[in-house]
Design a protein around this ligand. Structure first.
Ligand SMILES: C[S@@+](CC[C@H](N)C(=O)[O-])C[C@H]1O[C@@H](n2cnc3c(N)ncnc32)[C@H](O)[C@@H]1O
Length: 266
């Protein structure tokens, strides 16, 4: 278990955390420090909606038996496990994250799932949890039929580098599935959401996660200063993905993107 103390985000840094040159290290330490309460807070702060967002995303991906799936920034494994639950005949599921403490929880959940798999539903799936940086993957080219990334891309030091890596490891015409927080376009909803995000979330997160690094102050500010949906789609296109479908969920507070790899980047 990694017990480094995370740096506390200052007000100034939170004006645009994406610009910080040590964002990656700080994000990793932050997730290591809140790993133990991450799932509980996810369900609590989203009023359990996160489960239905993942289900919706998995349904859209239409993953087929025998396919290989990569869940990037997999955290405690909920998205990868949702894929396994939806399609037990997958060939392999690989979860990648750079937080050791998040990965340990993903491994525990897998052990638990397999220990209770009395009908041998999942026995043929090769499930792996790897500690790697999403912007420098130690994985072969053209390997995966589908890559998912749920609430992860916003946290990368270099989003374009992450998209290039996803493109590289996806098979031609492979599917990229992204869930990311967004700001609602409706001004009233936007106000209500930002009030909740900025006032309620840091307090509840602070109490339950004894959030020393300020993860739940980083979250709203990193969403506010992240790409709009149009900007993100344009980055996808520049990185040679075709955006097939976008779906605003939860009154536009969460955005789902489905894209396909077009060709190899020259
Ligand atoms: C908000 S959590 C999302 C976890 C999970 N996908 C979920 O749906 O609950 C973001 C995760 O991204 C991971 N992460 C952020 N930057 C990363 C990077 N460069 N490489 C690998 N993992 C990263 C963090 O460690 C964290 O577990």
């Amino acid at each position: 278990m990694n017990q480094e103390t995370p740096n506390k985000w200052t007000r100034n840094e939170l004006k645009n955390p994406h610009r910080l040159t040590d964002k990656s290290r700080r994000v990793r330490q932050m997730f290591d420090s809140i790993a133990g309460t991450y799932d509980c807070l996810n369900h609590l702060l989203s009023f359990n909606q996160d489960r239905s967002w993942r289900k919706r995303a998995v349904q859209l991906a239409q993953i087929q038996p025998g396919q290989d799936l990569l869940d990037l920034c997999c955290g405690t494994g909920d998205m990868a496990l949702e894929f396994i639950n939806n399609q037990p005949a997958l060939k392999s599921v690989t979860g990648v994250d750079f937080s050791q403490n998040m990965l340990e929880l993903a491994q525990k959940k897998t052990n638990n799932l397999l220990a209770h798999d009395t009908g041998d539903r999942y026995k043929n799936i090769n499930i792996k949890w790897l500690r790697q940086d999403a912007t420098h993957l130690n994985l072969p080219d053209n390997q995966f039929h589908c890559v998912s990334c749920v609430f992860g891309l916003r946290n990368l030091q270099d989003l374009n580098a992450g998209l290039k890596e996803i493109h590289r490891v996806l098979k031609p015409k492979g599917t990229l599935l992204v869930l990311e927080f967004a700001l609602p376009k409706n001004p009233l909803l936007n106000w209500a959401y930002q009030t909740y995000f900025r006032l309620v979330l840091p307090v509840v997160g602070g109490i339950i996660a004894s959030d020393r690094g300020g993860a739940y102050r980083y979250l709203p500010e990193s969403v506010r200063s992240f790409d709009t949906s149009d900007q993100f789609c344009s980055k996808l296109q520049k990185n040679d993905f075709e955006v097939v479908h976008t779906d605003p969920l939860n009154w536009g507070t969460v955005q789902l993107y489905l894209a396909r790899k077009k060709s190899d980047i020259a």
